[in-house]
Design a protein around this ligand. Structure first.
Ligand code: ZN
Length: 64
């Protein structure tokens, strides 16, 4: 039997790091999404907003 955990999801935002533009791995937990760049060590909480054109990624502290 294989257990499937649905309470936590990980995904990758291509070129999602605002500092070095590396791929940003994001872990989604009950506390919300938390991104940690493995390239430069930047830590932040990306927010995904659904728009008509797809997804828009913004970060806490960033002015939209
Ligand atoms: Zn980075």
């Amino acid at each position: 039997m294989t257990e499937v955990q649905t309470t936590q999801r990980d995904f990758m935002i291509p070129e999602g790091c605002p500092v070095c533009a590396a791929d940003l791995p994001v872990r989604v937990s009950a506390a919300g999404p938390n991104g940690v760049c493995k390239h430069c060590g930047w830590i932040g909480k990306p927010r995904l907003t659904v728009t008509h054109r797809g997804f828009r990624v913004s970060y806490e502290g960033e002015r939209a």
